[in-house]
Design a protein around this ligand. Structure first.
Ligand SMILES: Cc1ncc(COP(=O)(O)O)c(C=O)c1O
Length: 382
């Protein structure tokens, strides 16, 4: 099979880079290869590219430029926001509240805090896929240093009640830092951090057609976080290390194009996903996770009756359709998904799910084509 015939529906894992992002990377590397912290003309060029990129990204999220810090991706931003306030100097009953359906970048950071003997609560999830607000808010108290809830889930696409949570958390403890992992939400939702009441967010370039290994952290000017990396005084003295100027320029170009084409891109993702789900559910016994909930446009998580997802995924791959079982890390390890477990999906169905995710490069007709490949495989193996 020719590579071009391969249908890629794993955009929630990563996306191909947009042409404009590749060009921005090359141009920035040519014009701004110098160290952006230096004192000469070429360094100033690099610094200008860096600050223009910061302006573009901050205006997209309607925040101040100095509220955006460039990182190596979503994982670093999640780790930083969640871990850095838990240090030796704070009271031993200082706690973290998060949810049981977070990405591993958040869950593992929370485990690290627990290993350092601070109390951590992983709030429960409803079987709709929405985190349980009561369980989350009941755990927040005057000693909660950080509360963290993702804007939308990466396995199911289900959008979480962030505004309601931030409002209630502030009423309980106005000093709590509310962090949100918006890595998937940025792909198909318009976000405004200040109006949703979050003070910190993790963003990743490679989910929106930018390069891998680049991301940003939004941190509100109301909060000061200690540096995670120790070294030079880059990024307004908040993140040490020579800045990846070309990566950042490429990230800004990708996000800018995504915003300019937002309505068109989202409508293609929505239409292709709807057509795909419609054909599949009319021809095979399936359950579409969160079908009646608020979901991101690009993610469809489907449960297939009596079909092992690993077997199905391999057959789809052989027939030219690339999808995944859930988050990339969990699928590599072949563990049952912690998100589906938290939603109370029965044991006998938990390994019967696949995630189909659409993206900026999804073209017309891909939903139908994917459904046909899928139905062929299901006929063979079920
Ligand atoms: C919800 C969510 N958070 C965090 C990450 C990690 O982002 P990055 O790959 O940029 O470290 C991902 C990527 O899969 C994600 O989907």
């Amino acid at each position: 099979m020719k590579k071009s015939e391969y249908l890629y529906l794993d955009h929630a894992a990563t996306t191909p880079m947009r042409e404009i992002a590749i060009k921005a990377f090359i141009d920035a590397e040519h014009e701004g290869f110098a160290n952006s912290s230096g004192g000469h003309n070429l360094s100033r060029k690099a610094k200008n590219i860096l600050e223009e990129s910061r302006e573009i990204i901050s205006s997209i999220f309607e925040v101040a430029p100095n509220e955006i810090i460039f990182t190596s991706g979503g994982t670093e931003a999640d780790n930083w926001s969640i871990k850095s306030l838990f240090n030796k100097g704070i009271k031993s009953n200082s706690n973290l509240v998060t949810s049981s359906i977070e990405h591993e970048a958040v869950l593992a950071s929370a485990e690290w805090i627990k290993d350092n003997d601070f109390p951590v609560t992983f709030s429960e999830c409803l079987n709709t896929g929405e985190l349980d607000k009561n369980s989350f808010l009941n755990a927040v108290n005057e000693n909660t240093i950080v509360a963290s809830a993702m804007w939308a889930n990466n396995e199911t696409g289900i959008i979480q009640p962030i505004k309601e949570l931030t409002k209630e958390v502030k009423k309980i403890n106005s000093n709590t830092l509310f962090h949100s992992d918006v890595v998937q939400a940025v792909v198909s939702a318009k976000l405004n951090f200040h109006s949703e009441g979050i003070q910190s967010a993790a963003i990743s370039a490679h989910k929106v057609g930018g390069p891998k290994g680049v991301g940003a952290m939004f941190i509100s000017n109301e909060f000061k976080l200690p540096s995670m990396l120790h070294g030079g005084k880059q990024e307004l003295e908040r993140r040490a290390g020579t800045v990846n100027v070309a990566g950042v320029a490429s990230f800004a170009a990708a996000l800018q194009e995504q915003q300019n084409n937002f309505d068109d891109e989202i409508s293609i993702m929505m239409n292709e996903k709807s057509e795909f789900e419609e054909i599949v559910k009319n021809n095979f016994k399936v359950k579409i996770i969160g079908e009646n909930e608020k979901r991101l446009a690009h993610i469809s998580n489907i449960q297939f009756e009596k079909v092992n997802s690993e077997v199905l995924m391999v057959d789809l791959d052989l027939n030219g359709l690339g999808v995944s079982r859930g988050s990339a890390c969990a699928s590599g390890a072949q563990r049952p998904s912690h998100v589906l477990e938290a939603m109370g999906i029965k044991k006998e169905y938990i390994n019967n799910h696949l995630r189909f995710s659409f993206g900026w490069s999804t073209g017309l007709g891909e939903g139908k084509k994917a459904a046909e490949i899928l139905l062929n495989s299901l006929e063979k193996i079920s």
